[in-house]
Design a binder for this molecule. Structure first.
Ligand code: TYM
Length: 344
């Protein structure tokens, strides 16, 4: 949907990460690294550990709080500063769930039925999936719009959910005759690292839920493990490293490793090929392993330090929740007036 009157409020970033499983290189390059870069570029940013999303799938009782702390630690270790940005836990700001209900009555069944992530996650037995899993993208729209966020840094897998957020925002504005009330949030997706693939299959994205541990590099992997996984990463039988982008096109596993190198080094794929094209994997893989260790180990180290002091994480999250609430509360009040609820 497009709009006649556009939003004219402040530009603001929102993004979230689920506290499920270990964070991997895809989460780092597709999200965490971007968050820190945007903060350093001066953007106002609100970053959230989305625990309400995590309960849409089966989860171990009692694991939620620890996993939440791990993501909070990873955000701070990757460079987000709780004094500059807002970092908090979703369930501690009630406005997310309130806006979700209102958006449930704006979003259309047909829109949600198109969501590929629901189809992937619910598998063949979608009748037994939770209603929450189906509704997940509506909660995601509420996350973003309860802060009237204009920009959303995410990996490519979130593109469809973002499109839905835009549709919900546009339909709300139209349905309640409040043109430009909600912004139509834009994804910040482009750039190296937007879609990191499995180390075992260059056509499948690197994912927390892949049963093969060797398919991903976890942020908590130690140096030896990182080197081992890269050494074992699948390549192909088409010879040495390609020299041009055309030569690389039919080689998804190799393209993925080159993309990872490029994203970690802050280079383009072409620059990586200029350096390594024609060389053997016996040269490239150890160089990639060394680079990955160089970039990731300081983050892993900081993450462990934060996790050794859970009180510090908890204090940062409490402060973050207060700051997030101060932004969301007046917006949800405005929404209540627009919808026409009884004013107390
Ligand atoms: P989640 O927790 O699955 O992933 C967190 C972030 O990591 C990115 N990502 C990747 N990027 C590149 N390559 C990969 N292989 C890869 N795998 C994951 C994701 O795109 C994401 O940016 N629904 C979201 C969480 C969410 C959210 C939001 C995001 C809830 N509300 C509002 C933005 C705004 C999710 O499940 O991300």
């Amino acid at each position: 949907m497009t709009e006649q009157v556009s939003y004219s409020g402040p530009q603001r970033i929102f993004s979230g990460i689920q506290p499920t499983g270990n964070l991997h290189l895809g989460n780092y390059l597709g999200a965490l690294k971007k968050f820190a870069d945007l903060q350093d570029a001066g953007w106002e940013g609100i970053y959230c550990v989305v625990d309400l999303h995590a309960i849409t799938m089966p989860h171990a009782k009692g694991a939620l709080a620890d996993q939440t702390r791990q993501i909070a630690a990873a955000m701070m270790a990757a460079g987000l500063d709780p004094d500059t940005s807002t970092i908090f836990v979703q369930s501690s700001v009630r406005a997310h769930t309130e806006l979700t209900w209102i958006f449930n009555c704006v979003a259309r069944m047909g829109w949600l039925e198109k969501m590929t992530q629901f189809k992937d996650k619910s598998g063949k037995d979608s009748e037994r999936a939770s209603v929450g899993l189906f509704d997940y993208p509506v909660l995601q729209a509420a996350d973003i719009l309860v802060y009237k966020a204009t920009h959303v840094p995410v990996g490519e897998d979130q593109k469809q959910h973002l499109e839905l957020s835009r549709n919900i925002a546009a339909r709300f504005n139209q349905q309640y005759d409040v043109p430009g009330f909600f912004p139509l949030p834009e994804g910040l997706i482009e750039g190296p690292g937007a879609r990191i693939m499995s180390l075992k299959d260059g056509t499948k994205k690197m994912s927390k839920s892949d049963p093969a541990e060797t398919s991903r590099i976890n942020l908590i992997d130690d140096t030896d493990m990182i080197a081992k996984k890269i050494k074992k990463a699948k390549t192909d039988t088409l010879g040495d490293m390609p020299e041009t982008m055309e030569e690389m096109a039919p080689r998804p596993e190799v393209a993925n490793l080159v993309g990872i190198y490029a994203a970690l080094a802050g280079m383009s794929d072409e620059q990586v090929l200029a350096e390594y094209g024609g060389k053997g994997f016996g040269t490239f893989k150890p160089a990639l392993a060394e680079l990955a260790v160089e970039k990731l180990s300081p983050i892993t180290k900081k993450m462990r330090e934060f996790l050794d002091d859970p009180a510090e994480i908890d204090a940062a999250m409490a402060k973050g929740a207060e700051k997030a609430n101060a932004v969301a509360a007046p917006i949800i009040e405005e929404v209540r007036r627009v919808v026409g609820f009884w004013q107390v």
